[in-house]
Design a protein around this ligand. Structure first.
Ligand SMILES: *Cc1c(COP(=O)(O)O)cnc(C)c1O
Length: 388
């Protein structure tokens, strides 16, 4: 601990001295996040300007709806959307957005949902686009109708069809691609909803689904944008955003009342988005590549250990390193390595090779803080090197 005299600002020094080390008090270890933007590992760190916005907003009262209107308008303009709102994350956006589609502005429907009496009740989705978060759509009481081909999709349309759901990162897996999907929605006048929660960077992915004409598009606030964890963006058609807003907090008798967002997160989300859009993405990329290279060079020095840089094609599409070794020779599985890194000091979190469990660990570069790439590589050398 430095003395106050050694710091340039007396104010900063006293603030640092009076903030308790909560994690130490609680006996909770901070972690080095080499896993990526996982909610379980608190995902991303908020941008300083976002934290400042939250602090500034915390000292003022406002009429929440008036603030939400203004923030929504500013976000919509930034994204080139007709309208936007701040839900409490992309997951919440799926619930309140679907609710808006189902109820419109009908007060009785809003109160009744997830009982869909009088409302449409089916959502069409490609089988390859099913994902854990579609539970948030099912929260509204709808039935998901799975299809594979274009003909099946069109054949599934009927009087009960409320919406068509699309998972942005699964575009390459489905037979009906984004453009055609939107065109079918328009032809049958069925709203299309695209979940692009984890797909920015690249920054274009914030714009593309909106430009292509999806009626609703949601994004996480606390992943690559580095806004509040408990915030996201729902953008799209003005009438649907209006209806989604009616289905959520602060309105009490609604399905989305549990997805509360206060003024701090609303403004924090807006400020984080502005800052993300202005950021030097090329410089970030270079820095992430540098970290990957630092780790690769250290790790490949061990005999029998491979380290391969890769970039996921979509979702968390940033430089990563895949570390693989001969489990039989080294005598450690990927879970053994992860456990030892977790239990070490500092504690490090990684994830298993995503498409191929049992075949190595992945290191995400983008949530590492300065100096941590060296620490992660060093610990892997210690644990694997002892055996390799
Ligand atoms: C992370 C994620 C979500 C949930 O986002 P939150 O902002 O944490 O609510 C939803 N859908 C997909 C595809 C995601 O990756």
């Amino acid at each position: 601990m430095q003395t106050a005299g050694a710091l340039p600002l007396a104010g900063a020094a006293s603030a640092a001295e009076t903030t308790p080390d909560y994690l130490a008090e609680l006996g909770v270890a901070p972690i080095i996040n080499g896993a990526g933007v996982y909610t379980m590992m608190t995902a991303s760190l908020m941008r300083p300007e976002c934290v400042r916005a939250i602090a500034a907003m915390s000292t003022k009262f406002v009429r929440l709806d008036e603030l939400h209107d203004a923030v929504g308008k500013r976000i919509a303009k930034l994204l080139g959307a007709e309208a936007a709102m701040v839900p409490s994350g992309a997951a919440a956006a799926l619930t309140v957005g679907t609710a808006g589609v189902l109820t419109g502005t009908n007060a009785d429907f809003i109160q009744r949902i997830p009982d869909l009496t009088g409302m449409k009740s089916e959502v069409i989705v490609q089988k390859s686009h099913r994902f854990p978060y579609d539970h948030m759509v099912r929260n509204c009481g709808v039935k998901l109708i799975e299809v594979e081909t274009r003909a099946q999709m069109v054949g599934a349309m009927g009087p009960k069809t409320a919406m068509m759901l699309f998972l942005n990162k699964a575009d390459h897996l489905g037979q009906v691609k984004m453009k055609e999907f939107v065109a079918i929605g328009k032809e049958y006048k069925i709203p299309t909803f695209n979940d692009a929660a984890a797909d920015a960077p690249p920054v274009e992915n914030l714009f593309t689904p909106i430009r292509l004409g999806f009626d609703l598009v949601c994004t996480s606030g606390g992943k690559g944008i580095r806004g509040p964890q408990s915030a996201g963006i729902l953008a799209g058609r003005a009438d649907l955003i209006k209806a989604a807003r009616m289905n959520t907090s602060p309105n009490s008798d609604t399905i989305g009342r549990c997805c509360k967002v206060n003024k701090e997160e609303m403004v924090g989300m807006m400020v984080a988005l502005e800052s993300f859009l202005k950021e030097d993405h090329k410089a970030n990329w270079k820095e992430w590549e540098k970290r990957v290279e630092t780790m690769r060079r250290a790790i490949v020095k061990m005999p029998g250990v491979k380290a391969t840089p890769f970039v996921p094609p979509i979702a968390n599409s940033v430089p990563h390193l895949l570390v693989q070794w001969d489990v039989k020779k080294v005598g450690l599985t990927e879970l053994d390595l992860m456990k030892q890194l977790r239990e070490g000091t500092p504690s490090i979190e990684l994830v298993p090779n995503d498409p191929k469990p049992g075949q190595g660990v992945e290191i995400a570069s983008w949530m590492l803080q300065p100096g941590e790439a060296e620490i992660v590589a060093g610990r892997i050398e210690e644990v694997l090197g002892r055996k390799a």
